[in-house]
Design a protein around this ligand. Structure first.
Ligand code: AP5
Length: 226
């Protein structure tokens, strides 16, 4: 499918960007690009990048725009991104958004389709501290709202479920502060460009997926369900 288009899921930590990006990417066939996942992978493999970004992520601070842009440019140069992709957790600052606009222009992509997954702060702490992720396939669970069938084990591949190191209450507070300071202003940036959609992400996962599916479908100019 050639869509020549980037989709961007914005939203605070715990809004459900990763959960929804996995679902929508699978249904629409575009690669899911999560800068957080890329950096966690670098940390777990002990690469040079991982050694730099690991402590920054552990403090709940943002990694430098320079490192993030380099990583994204390399990833976007891969053939699976030729016709489109879905960004999760990127861009996160104004310079990243401006840098992405330049890259998309140079690739001949249309304007991005940006969705802000909006959730009140009170729900985020519960979602983040309850999150567990499969150590094998990356499937996302929640001990309160989306538990696995067997405690601590992934339904899909039997992998061990682990808690992210930055999901402690103290680090979550730092991440939320970084979001308010650096990322929230991007909604205004994209609103001014006329490309922003807002989805109530405090609804159930399936309701949020339906709303996102409609937006993606319209953007792709397709009929029928994804
Ligand atoms: P990153 O990995 O991007 O984390 P984040 O933005 O903080 O977002 P999360 O992954 O925590 O949440 P999410 O919105 O994906 O929610 P999820 O679907 O998992 O970034 C981590 C760190 O990397 C940053 O702090 C920074 O250091 C660095 N970094 C990454 N990108 C960067 C960049 N571009 N620039 C600079 N630094 C960068 O859902 C959360 C939980 O809620 C799950 O348990 C899920 O099951 C549950 N849930 C989801 N939806 C629902 C629902 N509708 N109802 C009930 N529960 C739900």
């Amino acid at each position: 499918m050639a869509i020549n288009r980037a989709f961007i899921f914005l939203g605070p930590p715990g809004a459900g960007k990763g959960t929804q990006a996995k679902r929508i990417a699978k249904l629409s066939g575009v690669p899911h690009l999560s800068t957080g996942d890329m950096m966690r992978d670098a940390v777990s493999r002990g690469t040079d990048l991982g050694k730099v970004v690991g402590p920054i992520m552990q403090r709940g601070e943002l990694v430098s725009d320079e490192l993030v842009m380099k990583m994204i440019e390399e990833r976007l140069a891969q053939p699976d991104c030729a016709a489109g992709c879905l960004f999760d957790g990127f861009p996160r600052t104004l310079p990243q958004a401006e840098g992405l606009d330049r890259i998309l222009d140079s690739k001949g992509f249309g304007k991005p389709v940006v969705v802000d997954l909006s959730v009140g702060e009170e729900k985020l702490l519960r979602r983040l501290t309850g999150r567990r992720t499969c150590s094998v396939g990356g499937e996302i669970y929640n001990v309160y709202d989306a538990p696995p069938k067997v405690d601590g084990i992934c339904d899909n591949d039997g992998g061990k479920l682990v808690q992210r190191a930055d999901d402690t209450a103290e680090v979550v507070r730092q991440r939320l502060a970084a979001y308010d300071r650096a990322t929230k202003p991007l909604t205004e940036y994209y609103r001014r460009q006329g490309v922003l959609h807002v989805v109530d992400a405090s609804a159930s996962m399936d309701e949020v997926s339906r709303a996102l599916g409609e937006i993606v479908k319209r953007a792709e100019g397709r009929n029928g369900h994804l």
